[in-house]
Design a protein around this ligand. Structure first.
Ligand code: ADP
Ligand code: ZN
Length: 625
C-alpha cells in the first residue's frame, strides 16, 4: 500500500478513492499544477486534506467564505488533520497563537481568505513559513464567466508571481469550458493536469411542476419529506420571507436567509441550518456557496432560476453524501415576465445578452418534456442517453406521449428543405403557410408542405424545441443557425427509435401535476420521520433499521453539540447508515465502516458502540435518544 492510500484508510477511514481523487492527489504530491472540475459532493476537500498529511510544508487553502472557515477547519480536525484558519474574525490573541503554531510546524493545513492573500506582508510571512501548495477552492469565483464572480479573487493572480515554485491546484464544481479556460489563464497554471469529473449527480431526482399557490405547494413538498433538512430557493427577499412565514405557521422549523437581513441574523440562521437545529432554510441565491452540509436531502425552487448553471449548483447542494436527494422546481409564466423586466433594465449590453441567453436556456430546460438529466448534462457538454429513471419525465410522474409520427413529419421537412432552416420556418412548411420566403424557395411544392395542418404552428415550434433538447436535431454551427438531423434524429426518422415528449394539443404544457411523490415498493407509511428516511432507502430498509438510524442521528447531534461542530462533520448520513447495516460490535468492526478513521474511532467509538449494543439488546433507543 502506498503512503497516500495508507493515509486514506488510516486517517480518513475510506477504503477507496472517489473518481479522480487518486490522480489529483498523485499530481499534487508530484508538485504539479492542476485544475479540477468535480461536481459538488465529488470529494474535492480530500484532494488537498490528504496531501497536507504527507507534504513537508503547509498546504494553504484559499476559500471565499469567512463564515464557513471555522466549519471547514473543524471538519479537517475531526479527521485529526492539524488545521487552522486566518481571517478577519480572529482577534489579536488568536492570530498570534496561530502564527506561533505555523512557525513551529504544528499546522499542516491553513485556510485563508482571498482578502488576506491580497496583503503583501501576509504573503511575505507565508514564504517564511514555507508553503507546499496553494489549493484554490471555488476557483470559478475568479472568472467573470462564472455565476459567482468575486472581485477579491482577482488578487490571486499574484500567487504565481510571488511563489513561482509553489504548485497551485484549482478546484471548482462549475462545469463550463469558458470558466476552466479563464481560471487556468488567470492563475497562470503551468501545464496543469486538467480533470473534469462526471457531472451527473445520479443521487438527485429532478422534477418540474406547474406553479399555482406556490407556498402551499412548497409546504406540501416539505411535509412529504418527514423531518429531513432541505433548502427552499426563492427569487426575492419578499418571497423568501413569505414562504418562511408560511412554513413556520404550519409548524415547520424554517428560517429565512437573504441579503436584506443583518449579517448576524444571517449567520445565526445559516448556523442553525448547518447544525440541524432548523429543518428548512428559505433563501435567495445569496445562500449556498461553500455550505458543506452533506445531509441536505432536498432542494425546492419556488421560482425560475436565473440560469441552468445556477439551477444545477443550487440543486447540487442536496445529496452531497451520495445518498438519495429530491428536488422540485415550481415554474409559472409569471416568472418569465419578472425576469424579462430585470433584463430590460440591464445597462451593460454584454450582461443583458448573457442574461437573455441564460433565460432562453433555462426555459428550454423547464419546458422540454424530455429527460431532465439529459438536458442538464448536455448544457455542460456531457452526453447522457436519457431514460435516467430519476426524473419526473423518465419515471412517468409527468406524462409523456409517443410523438414519433409527428417527429418524423418534422424531420422529413427539415431534410427536404436542405437542413438549413430554423424551427419557425419548418413550422411554416408543416402547417402549409404560404409565406413569401416559402414561395420564393418553392417549398410549397414539397410533399411535406401542409402535412402538419392538423396542429397549430406553435405546437410544431415547440415540438422542434423538444426534439432539439432531446438531441434529435442540432444547430449546424452556432446558436442562430439552422437545424440539422443528428444520428438519433435519423433513427427516429427511419422508425428505428421512438420519440416521447410531454406536449399535447391542448396547451403549451400538457403536464399533469401529480401531488406527492411516488412511494417505492415495500415502504410502510408510518410516521413522517419513517417515511422520510425510507424515501432515500432501498426497499430492504426495515423499521428496526430506521429506529437505529434515528437513534444514531440523535447521538450524532449530541456529540456534535459538545464538540461545538456541525453534526455532518462528526459522521455523514452515509456513515450512519453503514453503522446501521453492519452493527459493529467492537473497535475493529467500527474501523471498517466507511468514514471512520482512527481519530473518529478514538473520539466517538465508545459512544457509538455502546448505543449499538444497547439498541440490539433492547430494540429501542437507550434513554429514548
Ligand atoms: P466537494 O467539496 O467536492 O463538494 P466534499 O469534499 O464535501 O465534496 O465531500 C463530499 C462527501 O464525500 C464528504 O462527506 C466526504 O467525507 C465524502 N468523501 C470524500 N472522499 C471520499 C472517499 N474517497 N470515500 C468515501 N467518502 C468520501
Ligand atoms: Zn430522466
Amino acid at each position: 500500500m502506498n503512503n497516500a492510500k495508507h493515509v486514506l484508510s488510516r486517517v480518513f477511514g475510506f477504503s477507496s478513492y472517489r473518481p479522480y481523487q487518486e490522480e489529483i492527489i498523485a499530481a499534487i504530491l508530484d508538485g504539479r499544477d492542476l485544475f479540477a472540475a468535480l461536481p459538488t459532493g465529488g470529494g474535492k476537500s480530500l484532494c488537498y486534506q490528504l496531501p497536507a498529511m504527507i507534504l513537508p510544508k503547509v498546504v494553504v487553502v484559499v476559500s471565499p467564505l469567512i463564515a464557513l472557515m471555522e466549519d471547514q477547519v473543524a471538519g479537517a480536525r475531526q479527521y485529526g488533520v492539524p488545521a487552522a484558519y486566518l481571517n478577519s474574525t480572529l482577534d489579536e490573541v488568536g492570530l498570534r497563537r496561530t502564527y506561533r503554531a505555523l512557525f513551529a510546524g504544528d499546522i499542516r493545513l491553513l485556510y485563508v481568505s482571498p482578502e488576506r492573500i491580497a496583503i503583501p506582508e501576509f504573503r511575505e510571512r507565508l514564504s517564511e513559513i514555507g508553503v507546499a501548495l496553494f489549493a484554490v477552492d471555488e476557483a470559478h469565483c475568479i472568472s467573470e464567466w462564472g455565476h459567482e464572480f468575486r472581485p477579491e479573487y482577482r488578487t490571486l493572480t499574484v500567487l504565481r508571481h510571488d511563489f513561482p515554485d509553489v504548485p497551485i491546484a484549482a478546484f471548482t464544481a462549475t462545469a463550463t469550458q469558458a470558466v476552466q479556460d479563464d481560471v487556468v489563464n488567470q492563475l497562470s497554471l503551468h501545464q496543469p493536469l486538467l480533470v473534469r469529473g462526471n457531472f451527473d449527480r445520479a443521487e438527485i431526482f429532478y422534477r418540474v411542476r406547474t406553479k399555482s399557490r406556490v407556498n402551499e405547494q412548497i409546504l406540501q413538498f416539505v411535509r412529504d419529506h418527514g423531518d429531513e433538512p432541505g433548502i427552499v430557493y426563492r427569487a426575492t427577499r419578499k418571497a423568501t420571507e413569505e414562504t418562511a412565514g408560511h412554513l413556520m405557521e404550519a409548524g415547520i422549523a424554517a428560517r429565512p436567509y437573504h441579503a436584506g437581513l443583518p449579517d448576524t441574523v444571517r449567520n445565526v440562521n445559516q448556523r442553525a441550518f448547518v447544525r440541524d437545529e432548523t429543518r428548512a432554510i428559505v433563501a435567495t441565491i445569496a445562500f449556498g456557496m461553500g455550505i458543506d452540509k452533506s445531509n441536505v436531502r432536498w432542494v425546492v425552487h419556488g421560482d425560475l432560476p436565473r440560469s441552468v448553471e445556477a439551477f444545477y449548483q443550487e440543486t447540487g447542494r442536496a445529496g452531497r453524501d451520495g445518498e438519495d436527494a429530491d428536488t422540485s422546481l415550481f415554474f409559472g409564466p409569471g416568472d418569465v415576465a419578472k425576469i424579462r423586466y430585470h433584463i430590460d433594465r440591464m445597462e451593460v449590453a454584454k450582461e443583458r445578452e448573457r442574461a437573455e441567453r441564460n433565460l432562453r436556456d433555462v426555459l428550454r430546460f423547464v419546458d422540454a418534456g424530455v429527460c431532465r438529466r439529459t438536458l442538464l448534462l448536455r448544457h455542460f457538454g456531457q452526453e447522457h442517453d436519457g431514460n435516467c429513471g430519476r426524473c419526473d419525465v423518465c419515471t412517468g410522474e409527468t406524462t409523456t406521449e409517443d410523438c414519433s409520427m409527428a417527429a418524423q413529419k418534422l424531420l422529413s421537412a427539415v431534410k427536404r428543405t436542405g437542413e438549413w432552416f430554423g424551427r419557425h420556418y419548418i413550422a411554416d412548411v408543416l402547417v402549409g403557410e404560404e409565406t413569401e420566403q416559402v414561395l420564393t424557395r418553392g417549398h410549397h411544392r414539397l410533399p411535406t408542405f401542409g402535412v402538419g395542418n392538423d396542429r397549430q404552428r406553435e405546437w410544431w415550434v415547440r415540438l422542434a424545441a423538444d426534439m432539439e433538447a432531446a438531441g434529435l436535431l442540432a444547430r449546424r454551427d452556432g446558436e442562430r443557425s439552422g437545424l440539422t438531423i443528428t444520428e438519433r434524429g435519423a433513427a427516429v426518422l427511419f422508425g428505428r427509435e421512438s420519440f416521447r415528449t410531454s406536449i399535447t394539443p391542448g396547451g403549451p404544457s400538457g403536464r399533469t401535476a401529480r401531488t406527492g411523490r411516488t412511494t417505492r415498493a415495500g415502504v410502510k407509511d408510518g410516521s413522517d420521520a419513517a417515511a422520510s428516511a425510507h424515501s432515500a432507502q432501498p426497499a430492504l430498509w426495515r423499521d428496526d433499521q430506521e429506529a437505529l438510524f434515528q437513534c444514531l442521528r440523535a447521538l450524532r447531534k449530541a456529540l456534535a453539540r459538545s464538540a461545538g461542530v456541525p453534526p455532518y462533520v462528526v459522521f455523514s448520513d452515509k456513515t450512519l447508515k453503514a453503522i446501521v447495516r453492519n452493527r459493529p460490535e467492537n473497535r475493529a468492526a467500527l474501523l471498517r465502516i466507511n468514514g471512520i478513521g482512527e481519530h473518529k474511532a478514538e473520539r466517538y467509538g465508545t459512544d457509538v458502540l455502546r448505543l449499538v449494543r444497547e439498541f440490539l439488546a433492547s430494540g429501542e433507543c437507550p434513554g429514548d435518544g
